[in-house]
Design a protein around this ligand. Structure first.
Ligand code: PDD
Length: 300
């Protein structure tokens, strides 16, 4: 009996260095710098009803990440659009799932030996594939999630979506062991972000999220939340906030492509605010859902 992952791999079409082929047939060199050094960048997009959400923002961020790592010769936005279109179409037809995620990765490629120097001849390796995603249900969101906190021990190029994720993986594992959705990271007494999400607090009706500098990834969902707040006239500011403010917040939200806007109802075992998703989250969630609906109805 094949495992579900085996079956999924057989079904999944991948893009690999100029070709579309089954994911299971992709062969990566052991000398690929992504494999040896974590020398590469990535993006994760979501699609609703086959339609990619905020795709251009993801493509721009990928380009920004490649530039930050001086990774040249990677895919341009026209190729990224084509890859996205073809992979989402193939996955959508097969699964009819309510959502899909698209993973895109670019590494600095493989040379003939392991050397720290930038390769002289290797071309970047580009991998992409789409997989069905079971979205978090409205009922689950309405219950709220638990979160934990930990020191932020990651590197100081957090604005680059690098595949070197050991620091994030350790933080995620801490959340996982506690049965929590996310691990909120603290550095120098300030809140940065989470292992794979951004973080917002609400205090006295004001939505607050950390400044998007080198310490954090400027999440696409984070930007959407800020845009929706602005469009609806809800007070929202980007400023650093302290661990103390986090623990005294009326509401805490965690945002990412797959988690969308998720309310935290506990932090390190203690209730957040009233211990239930708050009224500002409910407003934001409704606005976010509207945007998802508009995306899903595009072209139909
Ligand atoms: N993670 N911060 C970090 C460190 C992240 O890894 C992510 C995304 C985010 C949220 O970004 P966005 O809203 O663009 O998804 C913030 C992706 C989803 C992942 O690694 O799977």
């Amino acid at each position: 009996m094949s495992s579900i992952w085996e079956l999924a791999k057989q079904m999944t079409l991948a893009y690999w260095n100029g070709q579309f082929l089954p994911l299971e047939t992709v062969q990566v060199s052991p000398l690929d710098r992504g494999y040896l050094f974590g020398d590469g960048v990535y993006e994760v997009l979501i699609a609703y009803n086959g339609q990619a959400f905020e795709a251009e923002a993801h493509f721009e961020r990928l380009e920004r990440s490649m530039n930050a790592l001086q990774l040249t010769g990677g895919p341009d936005s026209a190729l990224l659009r084509e890859i996205t279109r073809r992979l989402l179409a193939s996955c959508f037809d097969e699964t009819k799932s309510d959502a899909m995620t698209l993973y895109i990765q670019v590494t600095r490629g493989a040379e003939t030996a392991r050397r720290h120097d930038f390769p002289k001849t290797a071309a970047p390796c580009v991998l992409a594939f789409a997989t069905p995603l079971k979205r978090i249900t409205a009922e689950r969101y309405a219950k709220g999630f638990s979160t934990v906190s930990a020191p932020d021990r990651r590197w100081l190029m957090g604005d680059v979506k690098s595949i070197s994720l050991a620091g994030a993986i350790l933080a995620h594992h801490q959340a996982d062991q506690a049965g929590a959705l996310e691990c909120i990271l603290l550095r120098d007494g300030l809140v940065t972000e989470c292992s794979s999400s951004n973080v917002f607090i609400v205090k006295d009706g004001v939505i607050i999220t950390s400044v998007a500098d080198n310490r954090i990834l400027n999440g696409i969902s984070r930007r959407v939340v800020l845009r929706l707040a602005h469009e609806n006239g809800w007070p929202a500011i980007e400023r650093d906030f302290t661990e103390e403010e986090l623990r005294q917040a009326d509401e805490i939200w965690v945002t990412s492509t797959s988690k969308e806007v998720a309310p935290a109802v506990t932090l390190d075992g203690k209730a957040v605010g009233e211990g239930a998703p708050g009224p500002v989250w409910r407003k934001m969630r409704a606005a976010f859902d509207l945007l998802i609906d508009q995306t899903a109805k595009r072209n139909s």
